[in-house]
Write a new protein. Structure first.
Length: 756
């Protein structure tokens, strides 16, 4: 590479120095063309000043160089990941597309860059998803979402390295609010991710730096205390391990010892948990004894070491952890004991072999659930077991990691609400599952959803409308759409996947059935009253049993859904009450029979006393005009008894009438108008015609000349020489409506006028 990028100022000199260091570390893995192409891109970006400083005032190119070095030194990433890190600022600035990067530097680099871009879109600080709380289960959900959403595991590792570098660089930023948010994310998102991946050094650094920015006073208080006591602590450790060293050597054991001080974050957590001062945290450091022995002698020599130490110092049995006899479920093996050392101070001692320590240090098992992220049922722990080992092998190991990621992705999905809350569902869950997860009422009234993908959200896309049967996909933002007229149905049980949604649907169906049973019972009593039949509870119970029902609830439910005809029930009741005799009042000769006009028209027939009379201004009875067909005086109408007990008036040619008659015939009430049309009713006319100059004015002129017509609104849409419009008017009856339609049809250019 040409090292002379630019040396006009300190920042450019810093770029040159970092670039040189990176070249030396990465040179063994780079392709011959990488150096020249990368140099040209960076040189162009620097000279054109095409890449601006970030939210914290940092130079993205400098940050990329620093992150690349960190990724090499601390994580072990190589050529493809490093090139992706270096190219990311150019991609973000629009100087390079992911396809161009793939063509110039290889498909693997383009693949990683595309994954970084998708994650950054998902995790855009301006997007709703970033507003979600990162603490507790929300943080765990978001971590798992990132892991399942990444196209390449190196994407996650790069994000961790980038966040560690950011936390190192933002000490002096003036944007305190942004720094606090970055620290919060480091604590609740990136540190647990690093912990899961076995990157313990980075995890500890992230925790300490996040504490430094979030709890500044506490951080420096502990740091000063540790500095003040360091010399005394080191001297104490020396006094503590000296006799142990002598005893173990005399016993013929081959070993070495490590001493470590707890991190500042860990000490602060203990102080909060135990509600004590710094001096009250007695286990500020731990001693690790690592034995070198054959695998078949491991347990014997560990217990031998344990016996020697507990003979020398008094142990605390409550603080003993035996993961040697029964290893942790993730394979972690070690003996942890706490003993009372010189000056009556408690010291934690960990005993393990070289093999056990190697496994732990490589991140497969060390402290997996010990003060870390809890395991769940998704297979996450199993998935992460071999990741650190793969990193230390070849780049092919990274390809194997992607298969583990896909295995995880098959288990569950993570979606956002519009407010940014993150929810986890099993794969295959639907919009209806999410609606019931939010609230029972939301689920029961759900009609569909508006879904925006992560990419669409970042581009301001309003999303697409879907039904409640739509399956959920990770990273989507899902806005539930509801309607007060929606009711749960039996088939919904086959749509949802979660047991929570199924139980809520069953409960809602039961409540709905109870309401319908109560309503149909009232309707049945009304029928009896209209036919002047005395209703006796004992006879009704016998009727229910005669009809083959063991439970009254089943009887009323089948009446409600139309399976059982109400006339059949009344006939059976009368038969039982009269002793097999049909009531004389019901017997008529052929000469007396008069065909009802409604019956001839195929409408439900009822006794005259059962006809609903619609009077002036609709006063005195709990009914209202249906909005689906907007009936007016003069229309042929019928009443429909709603679940709430009120009655809605529909036109007989209402689009919903056939379905209501088929499913809820028992709720149909015969209705007719009373007197003359004196009220004003709303109707809508659809008008289609040639898009000629003045045609709309001619229409409104006809309406305005009639004093008894009120034009409420007009909506016109013109396309391809035709206009289509909806006119909303108030009028008194159908006669006036027919007259108006005839007048409008005479206007030149009008092709169609119809009521809707």
């Amino acid at each position: 590479m040409n090292n002379e990028i630019s040396t006009n100022d300190t920042g450019q000199r810093q770029i040159a120095d970092l670039y040189q260091t990176l070249k030396e570390k990465a040179e063994p893995w780079l392709l011959p063309t990488d150096e020249e192409r990368l140099h040209q891109l960076l040189d162009s970006a620097v000279s054109q000043q095409a890449i601006g400083r970030d939210l914290f005032g940092l130079n993205p190119i400098v940050s990329s160089l620093q992150t690349s070095l960190l990724a090499i030194d601390e994580i072990g990433l190589r050529r493809d990941a490093v090139m992706a890190i270096m190219l990311q600022p150019c991609v973000a600035a629009g100087l390079l597309s992911t396809d161009e990067a793939a063509q110039a530097f290889g498909p693997a680099v383009g693949h990683i860059l595309h994954g970084l871009q998708r994650i950054r879109e998902l995790y855009n600080p301006t997007a709703e998803g970033a507003q979600a709380s990162l603490a507790g289960s929300q943080g765990e959900n978001f971590r798992n979402l990132l892991l399942s959403f990444a196209e390449d595991m190196r994407v996650i590792l790069i994000m961790i390295a980038d966040r560690v570098n950011l936390m190192r660089q933002i000490r002096d930023t003036e944007n305190r609010e942004a720094r606090y948010k970055a620290a919060e994310e480091a604590a609740y998102l990136y540190a647990p991710l690093a912990h899961k991946l076995g990157l313990y050094k980075l995890k500890s650094e992230l925790e300490d730096l996040s504490l430094k920015y979030m709890e500044t006073e506490a951080y420096y208080h502990i740091k000063e205390k540790l500095n003040a006591t360091k010399a005394a602590r080191d001297a104490y450790i020396e006094r503590f391990i000296k006799p142990i060293n002598e005893k173990l050597t005399a016993a013929g054991l081959k070993f070495h010892m490590k001493g470590r001080t707890k991190s500042i974050h860990s000490i602060w957590q203990k102080m909060k948990k135990q509600k004590c001062a710094f001096e009250g945290v007695y286990d500020l450091f731990a001693i690790r004894i690592i034995i070198d022995c054959p695998q078949q002698e491991e347990k014997q020599q560990c217990w031998k070491t344990f016996a020697i130490i507990t003979d020398m110092y008094t142990s605390n049995p409550k603080r003993m952890r035996d993961w040697l006899s029964v290893p942790k479920s993730n394979g972690y093996e070690s003996l942890h004991i706490t003993v009372l050392g010189p000056e009556q101070k408690w010291v934690e001692v960990q005993i393990r072999t070289e093999r056990m320590d190697e496994v732990a240090e490589r991140g497969v098992a060390a402290h997996w659930r010990y003060k870390g992220v809890k395991a769940d049922s998704t297979g996450m722990d199993e998935w992460l077991k071999g990741i650190r080992q793969m990193l230390e092998e070849t780049d092919n190991g990274l390809e194997a990691m992607d298969q583990f990621r896909m295995d995880l992705q098959d288990e569950e999905v993570y979606v956002f609400t519009p407010r940014g809350d993150l929810m986890k569902f099993p794969r295959g869950a639907t919009v209806l599952d999410m609606a019931y997860h939010i609230h029972s009422r939301v689920g029961s009234q759900c009609t569909g959803a508006r879904i925006r993908s992560a990419e669409g959200r970042s581009q301001g896309d309003s999303g697409r409308l879907v039904t409640f049967r739509q399956e959920l996909h990770s990273g989507d933002t899902v806005e539930i759409i509801t309607s007060t007229t929606q009711r749960p149905k039996q088939e919904w049980l086959s749509i949802v996947k979660t047991s929570r949604a199924k139980s809520k649907i069953r409960l809602a169906l039961k409540e709905t059935q109870q309401k319908e049973a109560l309503l149909v019972k009232e309707m049945l009593e009304r029928k009896f009253h209209n036919r002047k039949i005395e209703l006796e509870e004992s006879v009704m119970m016998r009727t229910i049993k005669k009809l083959g029902y063991k439970e009254a609830s089943d009887f009323y439910r089948q009446l409600a859904d139309g399976t059982l005809d109400m006339g059949t029930v009344i006939d059976k009741y009368v038969e039982l009450q009269q002793g097999e005799k049909a009531p004389a009042a019901d017997v008529r000769s052929a000469e007396e029979f008069v065909l009802d006009t409604a019956q001839a028209a195929g409408q439900p027939t009822r006794a005259e006393s059962d006809v609903l009379v619609i009077g002036k201004d609709l006063k005195g009875v709990d009914y209202q005009l249906a909005h689906c067909c907007n009936p007016i005086y003069g229309d042929d109408v019928f009443g429909f008894v709603t679940v709430s007990g009120g009655i809605k008036i529909h036109r007989t040619d209402c689009p919903n009438a056939p379905e209501m008659r088929r499913r809820f015939g028992y709720r149909i009430v015969k209705a007719k108008w009373s007197g003359k049309g004196a009220s004003q009713y709303q109707i809508t006319l659809r008008v289609i015609g040639n898009d000629d100059l003045g045609i709309v004015n001619n229409l409104t002129s006809i309406i305005s000349k009639d004093e008894k017509l009120v034009l409420r609104s007009i909506n016109i849409d013109s396309h391809d020489g035709l206009f289509r419009g909806n006119l909303s008017l108030m009028m008194s009856d159908t006669a006036r409506l027919e007259t108006l339609i005839k007048k409008l049809r005479t206007v030149k250019g009008i092709k169609q006028v119809e009521r809707i």
